[in-house]
Design a protein around this ligand. Structure first.
Ligand code: UDP
Length: 158
């Protein structure tokens, strides 16, 4: 008997710290590959997967709030999530998992921009959707982005 998934559509929050593995900073590719293979297993069961990635392994806006400009710091943090999203997308594509990165902040030369319509379109084509750029607003975190994107994509679980 083949396993039957409990949920049809889920949102995974992958924090920056998870991607860092045991290193003190940056991306541990082995960890990104492991997360990708977990996602591939869920895809093999037919589960639709959206992923919100954090950026704390590279930059957190709050870290510079007392020294400078919180809003600029948050912009830097959001850019960090895009770097992580590109890394995770690469790990998924190595496994032949069709993957798209949708950013809350437009950067068309690098990835597509987020919209709910685009998200649902990519799910209908069987793609994993990685949400980058958090909510696109300073003073938020990627946990807020996870709740927001889960609601927008109609996820049954986070
Ligand atoms: N960030 C933001 N708005 C958002 C999401 C994230 O300004 O909607 C910035 C914020 O500076 C945050 C950083 O991006 O510290 C990295 O995100 P987060 O700390 O949530 O990453 P995680 O803890 O999951 O690695």
């Amino acid at each position: 008997m083949t396993a039957k998934p409990i949920y049809k559509r889920v949102l995974l929050k992958a924090s920056g710290e998870a991607l860092m593995g045991s290193q003190g900073f940056g991306i541990d590719v082995a960890v990104a590959d492991r997360i990708a293979s977990d996602i591939a297993e869920a895809r093999a069961l037919g589960v639709e997967v959206g992923v919100v990635v954090g950026g704390g392994n590279i930059f957190r806006g709050v870290a510079v709030a007392s020294k400078g400009d919180r809003v600029t710091g948050d912009h830097m943090g959001m850019l960090a999530t895009v770097i992580n999203a590109l890394a995770l997308a690469t790990s998924l594509r190595k496994l032949d998992i069709d993957t798209v990165v949708l950013s809350a902040i437009a950067m068309p030369e690098i990835c597509e921009s987020f919209s709910q319509r685009a998200t649902l379109h990519h799910f209908s084509l069987g793609r994993v959707v990685i949400f980058a750029g958090g909510t696109g607003n300073p003073f938020f975190t990627t946990d807020s982005a996870a709740a927001l994107r889960a609601a927008e994509m109609g996820a049954e679980a986070i």
